[in-house]
Design a protein around this ligand. Sequence first.
Ligand code: GRF
Length: 200
Amino acid sequence: MSSQAASSVPVAVLISGTGSNMAALIDAGQTAASGYDVALVVSNVEDAGGRAIAAAKGVQTLSIPHKPFGKDREAHERAVDAALRAAGVEVVALAGYMRILTPWLVRAWEGRMLNIHPSLLPLYPGLDTHARALAARDAEAGCTVHLVTEGVDEGPILGQARVPILSDDTPAALAERVKTAEHRLYPQVLGDFCKGLARG
Ligand code: GRF
């Protein structure tokens, strides 16, 4: 194993859908200086588009559907957690993972689980962030990478990127501009975070 590989932190990405941030994280992780490597992609949705993308990039993927667990959210999370541990994962990156986590999983990965949210937190936690930014006539929007804590979209902020809001913007056009910023921000913040962990 090269010294670069030895200092590369194994990361899992949790997705539910398209996986465009996941793809950006994988691509950056496969460059030598990134500080991390995506070792596993887990989806709670069997046919999430991101799984095929990850597989094509040579990353192991797993589908752990939540439906068979019914209302027992923690039981589903214990299955996910077991898969993460079995793969030797040290850091978890949520990327469009459409599950509200129980305190059990949050505590199990406290300080080692990141999320990306499509707004300039603390503005607009939750859904429909772009429509809300437009309705408020904000001059700019953006995205935030933060540590995951028990409050939804509330954890300590690790990095943000800003984009302008244009006079003729629609939520879809704004979403696309923010996504482009997300794909730059998330790999950079995750890389810095993992390099910090590796330094101890
Ligand atoms: C992104 O906008 C992210 O900020 C939010 O969910 C979306 C996921 O998109 N948490 P993708 O699956 O990465 O394309």
